[in-house]
Design a binder for this molecule. Structure first.
Ligand code: S3P
Length: 215
C-alpha cells in the first residue's frame, strides 16, 4: 500500500487545535523513517538540478528519483529536442557547438520550472555562461560524480547518439573523458551536493540523497 504524504507543509503537522507545531527539521527525520518503512513520499519544495558528465546517470537516476519522491521529471535534452523538433545530434550539426550552447542557455532560463521537479541537465550545461550560478539560485544542484572508468564503460554501451563522442574510438574514449572531465569538474564542483554514482543503485538512491541533506 502506498501513502502520499506531504510532511513538509507545516499546517498538516499541527494538531487539530493548532497547539503543537513541530519544527521542519523534525519532519525530515520523519520523512526518512517513513521512507524506510516503504511508504511513498511527496517531498515538498524540491527543485533539483542533476549535474554531471555524459553517462553519469542524470536521466536514469533523475527519473527514478522523481518516481520515488513522487515529483515531476524533466530531461533538458528531450525538452530541447521537442522544442526544435530535431535531435541534439542534428542541432549540433546544424548550429555547431557555439550556437547550441546559446540555445541551451536560453532553454535553461525558460524551463517550465515548478517546485516539485527534478531536471536532468546536459553534460555541458553547467560549463557555459553563468549557468551554474543560475541553477544554484533556482534550486538544489547535485553533481553525480562518476569515475572515468565507470563513465567509459557506461558510454561504451550507451545507445544515445552523442555528438561529442561520435568520432571517438574505444581506445580514445577513456583519454577523452579524462581530459574533458578534468576541465569540467571545476564547474560541476560548484554544485551544492555531490553524489557518488559508482555504487549508486535503485535501492540506495533515495537514502543516499537524503543523507546528503543530512536528513
Ligand atoms: C553534452 C551532453 C549531452 C547533450 C549534448 C552535449 C555535453 O547530454 O546535451 O550532446 O556537452 O556533455 P548528456 O549528458 O545527457 O549525454
Amino acid at each position: 500500500m502506498h501513502f502520499i504524504l506531504n510532511l513538509q507543509i507545516p499546517e498538516i503537522c499541527e494538531t487539530q487545535n493548532g497547539k503543537k507545531q513541530r519544527k521542519r527539521s523534525q519532519f525530515n527525520k520523519v520523512d526518512f523513517f517513513l521512507y524506510h518503512c516503504g511508504l511513498k513520499l511527496k517531498i515538498d519544495m524540491a527543485r533539483i538540478f542533476l549535474i554531471g558528465f555524459m553517462g553519469s546517470g542524470k536521466s536514469t537516476y533523475g527519473k527514478l528519483m522523481a518516481q520515488k519522491l513522487n515529483i515531476d521529471f524533466l530531461d533538458m535534452d528531450d525538452y530541447i529536442e521537442k522544442q526544435y523538433s530535431k535531435s541534439i545530434y542534428s542541432l549540433f550539426e546544424e548550429w555547431g557547438e557555439e550556437q547550441f550552447r546559446k540555445e541551451e542557455k536560453n532553454v535553461l532560463r525558460n524551463l517550465p520550472v515548478s517546485d516539485n521537479l527534478i531536471i536532468a541537465t546536459g553534460g555541458g550545461t553547467p560549463c557555459f555562461f553563468d549557468n551554474m550560478e543560475f541553477m544554484n539560485k533556482q534550486g538544489e544542484t547535485i553533481y553525480l560524480r562518476t569515475s572515468v572508468r565507470e563513465l567509459r564503460d557506461r558510454l561504451m554501451h550507451s545507445n544515445k547518439k552523442r555528438p561529442l563522442l561520435l568520432d571517438k574510438s574505444l581506445k580514445d574514449l577513456e583519454v577523452y573523458i579524462a581530459d574533458l572531465l578534468k576541465k569540467r569538474e571545476a564547474y560541476y564542483l560548484k554544485s551544492r551536493y555531490i553524489l557518488e554514482t559508482d555504487d549508486l543503485n535503485p535501492n540506495n538512491l533515495i537514502s543516499s540523497y537524503l543523507a546528503l541533506k543530512e536528513i
